[in-house]
Design a protein around this ligand. Structure first.
Ligand code: ZN
Length: 160
């Protein structure tokens, strides 16, 4: 069966950055199941999967614009330590959820300088060209409920 809109696609994948480091892989949790044509995954990967068939393996490189976007230096801010009430230790690399006008976002601590904390609100993969090794494991028509919800139910998907 071929990958097409309103189908549930299961893929094994390994994601590497430009340096060849593995950033993510389905190896531990098993194949990722997503609903094709519903922007469940980054646009570049969804496009690369169009018309592929079960058993197909391929490699694709995706520019930031079709992945997690370019880095935006305006999303780097310095805030006072008092914003982190109840957090004893703040170290570079730690991640926090922050409430912003656009909803909940994840910020990474970039630098700690006394009472000044520098935060980076960019996605950790923003600005990165992504290299995927992908194997299509399964394709099935989505149920009406899945199409209505815009995501996959059952193994590899939402449990609710
Ligand atoms: Zn649902």
């Amino acid at each position: 069966m071929q990958v097409q809109n309103d189908h549930v696609v299961s893929i094994d994948y390994t994601l590497k950055n430009d340096a060849g480091e593995v950033m993510d892989t389905s190896e531990q949790n098993g194949p990722l199941a997503y609903l094709h044509g519903h922007q469940n995954i980054i646009p570049g990967l969804e496009k690369a999967l169009d018309d592929k068939s079960v058993g197909d393996s391929f490699t694709v490189s995706i520019e930031p614009a079709d992945a997690y976007g370019e880095r935006d230096e305006r999303m780097i801010q310095t805030v006072p330590r008092s914003m982190f009430q109840g957090v004893d230790e703040i170290e570079p690399g730690m991640r926090f959820q922050a409430q912003t006008e656009g909803g909940v976002t994840v910020v990474t601590i970039k630098e700690v300088n006394g009472d000044e904390i520098t935060l980076d609100g960019n996605h950790e993969l923003a600005g990165e060209t992504l290299h995927f090794d992908v194997e299509v494991k399964d394709v099935r028509p989505a149920s009406e409920e899945e199409i209505e919800h815009g995501h996959v139910h059952g193994p590899g998907g939402h449990e609710h």
